[in-house]
Design a protein around this ligand. Structure first.
Ligand SMILES: Cc1ncc(COP(=O)(O)O)c(C=O)c1O
Length: 378
């Protein structure tokens, strides 16, 4: 019995999908000089050294098109997450899965529901299909699941939940998501965007919480798609590689809609190596947790309201125009993200860097605060 046929868009139903040649054999496989970039939630330690080695050896076959199906990586991810390979879809960044889901499930007259102050790419991906994005209000700085449920109507096809949320960094725990999924109607697919899962997992175990049981829903064949990426903890943002885990039938429709050869052979090789470099991930998440605390304490002392994070960035409400502060910080050699476009004109998002990067940023912030104080006294 076909579960999604009546829900997907007309093109998704009618396209035959690209038929690639059989994959090739086993032979196939930021910073400007002064600017400290704390604006894009990247891994401050760079890619895993194992991934760099794998990329270097993949370069010699860069004249060949990549394995369009990412079959080796897909099989490895399936084994890693204990799901079937058909339940894995690899794309150029996890936003690739998001776009495919939107193209596959949305269109004019339909809508997706998310929260206000969430990942900015959601609006782009949804609007590109002619559908509407409904943004439910938040509860404080946290996604309000009751408000999101309330916003669902008969034309809703997708719910987009960033967990942890970007830019507020707040996390929903496994019980809250269980409860939410128990109440979502069968005509919607819930996207659990877990781009920052390695950081969240680390914070959750520190606080004795359970972060997520998302993979259990996938194993049960629920109407849930989990997004994961190599852009964050694995340090491969520039390579563009991520994936979704969900119902095989639905991901099959999405796969028909994708651009051919969109995931490079170099990216596939790097992801395979990065997945197994647990040491690099452990170093990354440990630094992140330690530095989150340092930044939070120091920024609070400067008078910012800093939201406790479950990710690799901090949401700081400075209580006044943050776009101006971001410009001043840039003059001091630090780039952070002002959040006016998210409807938060008094807030910035600061990625958590290395100790050196964070101290450079804090020194710049202190200089600016001292100058402002002197000016107000004069
Ligand atoms: C909520 C969320 N999802 C996904 C991503 C990553 O997207 P990609 O995997 O396409 O790099 C980000 C990166 O900023 C994000 O904040």
């Amino acid at each position: 019995m076909s579960r999604f046929f009546d829900l997907v868009s007309k093109p998704a139903r009618e396209m035959g999908g690209y038929q690639p040649s059989p994959p090739p054999g086993p032979g196939l496989s930021s910073l400007s000089s002064r600017l400290v970039r704390l604006d894009s939630n990247e891994n401050p330690f760079g890619p895993s050294p194992h991934a760099i080695e794998a990329m270097q050896s993949a370069l010699s076959t860069a004249n060949c098109y990549p394995d369009d199906d990412c079959s080796r990586l897909r099989r490895r991810l399936a084994e890693y997450h204990d799901v079937a390979p058909e339940q894995v879809l690899v794309t150029a960044g996890s936003t690739g899965v998001l776009s495919l889901l939107c193209q596959t499930m949305l269109g004019p007259g339909l809508n997706a529901v998310t929260s206000e102050r969430s990942f900015i790419v959601y609006a782009m991906a949804v609007h590109a299909t002619g559908a509407q994005l409904i943004e439910a209000p938040m509860r404080g700085d946290t996604l309000d699941l009751a408000a999101i449920l309330n916003a669902i109507d008969g034309n809703t096809r997708l719910i987009l939940l960033a967990n942890p949320n970007n830019p507020t960094g707040t996390m929903l725990d496994a019980a809250a998501v269980d409860d939410f999924l128990g109440q979502t109607p069968p005509h919607v697919v819930v996207v659990l965007d877990e781009a920052y899962c390695e950081f969240a997992q680390h914070f959750a175990s520190l606080y004795g919480m359970e972060y997520s049981r998302s993979l259990d829903y996938v194993r049960l064949g629920a109407g849930v798609v989990v997004l994961r990426t190599f852009s964050k903890a694995h340090g491969l943002a520039g390579l563009r590689i991520g994936y979704g885990l969900g119902p095989a039938e639905l991901l099959g429709y999405c796969a028909r809609m994708r651009n051919t050869f969109s995931v490079s052979s170099v990216a596939q090789a790097a992801a395979l190596a990065a997945l197994d470099d647990q040491g690099h991930i452990a170093r990354t998440v440990a630094n992140n947790q330690e530095q989150a605390q340092v930044l939070r304490e120091d920024l609070s002392q400067l008078g910012c309201r800093v939201v406790p994070t479950a990710a690799n960035f901090l949401y700081c409400d400075i209580g006044e125009d943050a776009t101006g502060l971001a410009a001043l910080l840039r003059n001091e050699g630090v780039s952070v993200r002002p959040l006016a476009a998210w409807g938060a004109p008094h807030a910035i998002r600061v990625s958590i860097g290395t100790s050196e990067q964070n101290q450079f940023f804090l020194a710049a912030a202190r200089n600016i605060a001292a100058r402002a104080q002197r000016a107000s006294r004069a």
